[in-house]
Design a protein around this ligand. Structure first.
Ligand SMILES: [Zn+2]
Length: 307
């Protein structure tokens, strides 16, 4: 069984020295390219129509032109002419993986889902919300009626939650252990409960969260997704819950995160829900540890499907 993984060297816009290790996407691509059961493919960029279903015209224009600069840089990247094509490609990667998953059962995009991006601005290194761009594009094309998002990034998926609130065809679950990007609270963080809506739920993980607590939380969340009966599940397999990550107050190591991924893939297989995953955050100083979390997600998928 071959797994399609979507990668493009143009995903990475030049952002200079930054806590976001943007080169990790290329490093993950190099490792998964060596796996005989993974086929790397290149996506096409998302179109402006795809972006405008989710984001305001003024915001899309700001990212394309760089003006007004404050809006174009609200995600905390320096704007450059390369930014717009790169974020069209990352949204296109998410969409391509979703389409491959609908055809083949599973796929991955070596991009982040950009879950902090809102309709009219970016936040927390997230420019366009590729998850919702994907859900809306599939719906517009009649390819998927309902899309569920399972967000296991360390940070609460505020942009996805806001965008889901007006979209009955989306059901978003965020399992998070650090409240919000902008407070830059690092490990010493008080996690607050976020308000749930009709089509969004959130689960706060306690500081020191171990594997058993993580899996118990997943077992609470996954039945909600099953009840929604989605045509597709988009999974944000974040690497920033990893215990050495500067933002993480959790106690999850490589094996724990691999167990998390396995549980998600077992669920998708049991419920026969096509699943596409993206990489999401990861800021551990030794980037090889971030890459290992992401490559392990591939191995977790393989373990579940070889069983
Ligand atoms: Zn994060």
């Amino acid at each position: 069984m071959t797994l399609a993984a979507f990668y493009h060297p143009g995903y990475a816009a030049p952002i200079g020295p930054h806590i976001m290790p943007i080169r990790k996407f290329g490093l993950v691509a190099e490792e998964v390219r060596a796996l005989p059961w993974v086929a790397l493919r290149e996506p096409t960029p998302a179109s402006e129509d795809d972006l405008r279903r989710v984001h305001t015209q003024a915001y899309v224009d700001a990212i394309r032109t760089g003006e007004p600069r404050t809006l174009a840089e609200m995600q905390k990247f320096p704007w450059s002419p390369e930014l717009f094509p790169s974020v069209c490609l990352t949204s296109g990667g998410c969409l391509a993986a979703a389409r491959a998953a609908l055809r083949e059962g599973a796929s991955a995009a070596l991009v982040s889902g950009f879950h902090h991006a809102c309709a009219d601005h970016g936040e927390g290194f997230c420019t366009f919300n590729g998850l919702i761009v994907t859900a809306d594009a599939l719906r517009a094309a009649g390819e998927a009626e309902r899309v569920a998002v399972l967000d296991c990034d360390l940070h609460y998926g505020n942009g996805t939650a806001q965008l889901a609130a007006s979209r009955p065809h989306v059901f978003a679950v965020s399992i998070y252990g650090n409240d919000y990007w902008n407070n830059f609270a690092f490990r010493d963080v008080r996690v607050r409960r976020h308000e749930d809506g009709v089509n969004q739920r959130s689960f706060a993980l306690p500081a020191g969260c171990d594997r058993a607590t993580m899996l118990r939380t997943l077992d609470e969340a996954l039945p909600l997704i099953a009840d929604f009966r989605p045509s597709l599940l988009l999974y944000q397999a974040g690497a920033d819950p990893y215990h050495e990550d500067p933002y993480s107050p959790l106690a999850l190591d490589h094996d724990d995160l691999r167990a998390r991924d396995r549980r998600v893939f077992e669920f998708a297989r049991a419920e026969q829900i096509p699943i596409a995953w993206v990489l999401a955050g990861g800021y551990t100083e030794d980037v090889s540890k971030v890459v290992r979390v992401h490559v392990n997600t591939f191995h977790a998928w393989r373990e579940v499907h070889a069983a």
